[in-house]
Write a protein that binds this ligand. Structure first.
Ligand SMILES: NC(=O)c1ccc[n+]([C@@H]2O[C@H](COP(=O)([O-])OP(=O)(O)OC[C@H]3O[C@@H](n4cnc5c(N)ncnc54)[C@H](O)[C@@H]3O)[C@@H](O)[C@H]2O)c1
Length: 303
């Protein structure tokens, strides 16, 4: 079962699971996801799409029947919306996760994989950020992911559910542009496609760790299969720190344009620097990010 399977990351995971011959059921309310992302599988008898809300226990219970592995990706993944509607984000991201955990425990699922976020850390006090780094989220979104992680941990320790938490850094790749909260790479691409200069909030010296969606899917598959990761929280990033200015220049070069970026007011509640320490992912999962930024960016621009 993939919750949020019609979304950006979820739909890539569905592609991979179907390709490997798994029977896949998607639970998604299509609030930000799109059926377009999974339309390739609609005729496949091993694929089922259920339009429904993770907040509704009955629906979750029904869909979980005969499920061995749960990938829980459904969430409101917008920092801005979380600042405007912390209550709504708490309902979906925390209560929704609690529903999934409770029903997964009752259904005796083999493994529960939860996608958390580097937003739980807040502004780093040291770089790269390892999993023991203090957690001081700067948004209700980060707080909701942290609370959901805590429930995952409790369900492992109290009820023995085989849970693993992957803390994703800045994921990018094809289909991200379809999501309304597409992220900086798809925003830059959208401008450059029209010949317009990318807009940078702030001075562009802020940094992020961009990890290609294909590498994230590999990590999710490893987390499903690995026994040694149970009960752990694991960073999934590229381990490379890239400034937003550098990113804008790289994408502009790929487009072969000579425009210079436009600098705009910095956005509130954003961290200055971010970079993942991925030693745990390497050691426990055997994870190795394979897609260099240039290569991943070209894949986004082609589609
Ligand atoms: N994209 C990133 O850089 C990133 C980074 C860290 C963590 N994450 C996490 O990865 C997961 C997937 O993110 P994404 O970037 O693919 O976002 P997305 O918005 O494309 O996908 C989320 C999916 O969840 C569905 N959904 C939302 N609320 C729902 C509800 N109440 N019931 C059922 N389905 C619901 C949406 O329709 C959508 O298809 C999220 O949990 C997000 O917090 C993403």
């Amino acid at each position: 079962m993939v919750t949020g399977g019609a979304g950006f990351i979820g739909s890539h995971l569905v592609d991979r699971l179907v390709q490997e011959g798994f029977e896949v059921v998607v639970l998604d309310d299509l609030s930000t996801g799109s059926l377009d992302n999974v339309k390739a599988h609609m005729e496949n008898p091993k694929f089922q799409f259920v339009k429904g809300d993770v907040r509704v226990r009955g629906v979750v219970r029904r869909v979980l029947r005969n499920v061995d592995y749960v990938f829980h990706l459904a969430a409101i993944a917008s920092i801005d919306l979380s600042i405007r509607r912390p209550d709504l984000v708490n309902d979906v991201n925390v209560t929704g996760t609690l529903n999934l955990l409770e029903e997964s425990r009752r259904a005796n699922v083999e493994k529960f994989v939860f996608t958390s976020s580097c937003a739980i850390y807040g502004e780093p006090v040291k770089l790269p950020v390892d999993e023991e780094h203090p957690t001081r989220p700067l948004s209700p979104y980060g707080a909701s992911k942290l609370a959901a992680e805590q429930y995952c941990d409790v369900y492992h320790r109290v009820y023995g559910l085989n849970v693993v938490v992957l803390r994703l850094f800045n994921v990018y790749g094809p289909r991200q542009e379809r999501s309304p909260y597409g992220g900086v790479i798809s925003r830059f691409i959208k401008r450059l496609e029209r010949g317009l200069a990318p807009i940078i909030f702030g001075d562009g010296r802020q940094t992020r760790d961009f990890v290609y969606v294909g590498d994230v899917i590999e990590a999710l598959m490893l987390a499903m299969r690995s026994k040694s990761c149970v009960g752990m929280a694991i960073n999934i990033g590229s381990g490379v720190e890239v400034s937003i200015r550098e990113l804008a220049d790289k994408i502009t070069r790929i487009f072969g344009l000579r425009v210079r970026p436009i600098f705009s007011r910095p956005r509130a509640r954003e961290v200055n620097r971010m970079c993942a320490d991925i030693r745990r992912a390497r050691e426990v999962l055997g994870f190795e990010p394979k897609t260099a930024l240039e290569e991943g960016l070209k894949a986004c621009i082609k589609t």
